[in-house]
Ligand binder design. Sequence first.
Ligand code: ADP
Ligand code: MG
Length: 593
Amino acid sequence: MIRSRHIFVLFAGVMAIAPWVFSESLVTISNYAGLFCLVSIGLVLLTGVGGMTSFGQAAFVGVGAYTSAYLTTVSQWSPWLTLFVGVGIAVLIALVLGALTLKLAGHYLPLSTMAWGLSLYYLAGNLQFLGGHSGISGVPSLVFFNIHIDSGRNFTYFVWISVGIAIWLASNLLSSREGRAIRCLKGGRTMASAMGVNVPLVKLKVFVLSAVLAAISGWMYVHFQRFVNPTPFGLNYGIEYLFMTVLGGAGFLPGAVLGASIITILREVLVDYLPALFGQSGNYETIVLAVLIIFLLHRAPEGLWPRLLNVLKVQAQPDFSHIVANEGVALVRKKVHPSKGELLLELEHVSKKFGGLSAVNDVSFGVRSGEILGLIGPNGAGKSTTFNLASGVNWASSGKVIFLGQDITQCDSHQVAALGMSRTFQHVQLLPQLTALENVAIGAYLRCDAGYLQSMLHLERAQEAQIMSEAMRMLQRVGLQRFAHTLAGNLSLGDQRILEIARALCSEPVLLLLDEPAAGLRLKEKQDLANLLGHLREEGLGVLLVEHDMDFVMGLVDRIVVMEFGEKIAEGSPHDIQNNPLVLDAYLGSDES
Ligand code: ADP
Ligand code: MG
């Protein structure tokens, strides 16, 4: 079976002999493709995987290029020193831009990167010390251990080896703990937060990383080109980088190579032939290129790389078949061990208003360790909102939430998770393109600590193996181990719900919040779930359970809180609740009508 790495080796082989068989102009084209590819790798991480759009990558390329051009010509600094200065400035700018916009949802990042993309171009064009629109010339070429990287051929090796390293680092990152967090950014932010991921911080780190790659590309560019002017760093180039990435397949690192190569070659061909075709000069290539890209994306909306994988029947999924569940892995264990019956969570007169609507009104109750508390009530009663208030997804308009003695009323979801609360969602939040095992591993985020550098260099292998083995143990615990290597998106809805429980358990919580876990389960599966929850209770876990299925709730829970129209209308044992006229009237009555 062909695997991605076979294609990688083949490509590396071709690139190793390419400079000797390619014509001079083809070598130059491949050099530019390599430079663009570096930027595009950053965009795969940022846009394809992380779901954030930046139009400003060309400007970060410009920062790397201009910094080095200026410091090596005017101040005579070594290019190897200016690399760090250029990257440092790009990091600073990305930090400022990111800090201003990444906390906000919506279009703020694309818009601010557009402004940034425009501003560098005009700034460089107008600053006299940067040479204005004519730029800076006389930039030295690079010397690497006595090898002069001044010929196209030498530069090919330099840039494509760099691309290879960048892809290796980025793919290591994506298959690590932090990489799984990055994958959550697109469509799973609430979930990621509930698993302990500091979402704004992860967004910022990915944005900075993409800026670093762009600045390195700019630095290489300027020492290859030997001069610099503002043109290649304008907004239109920022857009073109996005095009490359999307065309190649935004979610895939090799897509960056594919997209950058295709666009560079196409542009070159079009520039050569179009003026002859039209009989006059003009920037026709931009128009034709745009039309071609739209056509290609229409045929392959996910980009060309996944298409190619399909055609060649390449096995691109990582292989976890060797993973076995292990007892006693050396991951961080629970910090607090509440004794049975200890009060874990306390809601004190919490209310939540959405505009004029009072979704939760003056609700108080507590959950103890070693008990299952059922939260029931008709649709729209405010149960999910109560969950969100308890777990930091929403903040209470008034009242207090106490967890393990700490006031968490205004804590973020990831902080609450760090204290030992974990949850599932009424509308399942899984990463459908990852296997069940990898999804469960997201739950272990806080139980290990490998950072970006460690992950990129793949120094966290041992820890990663433990995470996977622990995730497998959780799958076994909930009875889903047979689906460990199945994509989460291919599981039945019932199994997806159970998978969410496995993920929540993987964080070793002391309190588990389950929002309608039995919805969509068959009778046998409900019994299995009830057994599992019973076991967890035995182990001293506290469980807060929102459920619709009365039979399921009544036979399982220790106490019940009933909500209606945002208010608590009753609290007591299942027996009391079943005989409470208020509940029969308000809840069961309305259920039958
Ligand atoms: P339940 O889970 O008991 O079915 P919810 O807590 O989901 O009820 O909803 C309670 C009420 O709050 C409903 O009327 C719902 O429409 C409203 N609501 C929930 N979330 C929001 C929100 N983010 N913005 C506005 N209204 C909301
Ligand atoms: Mg709900």
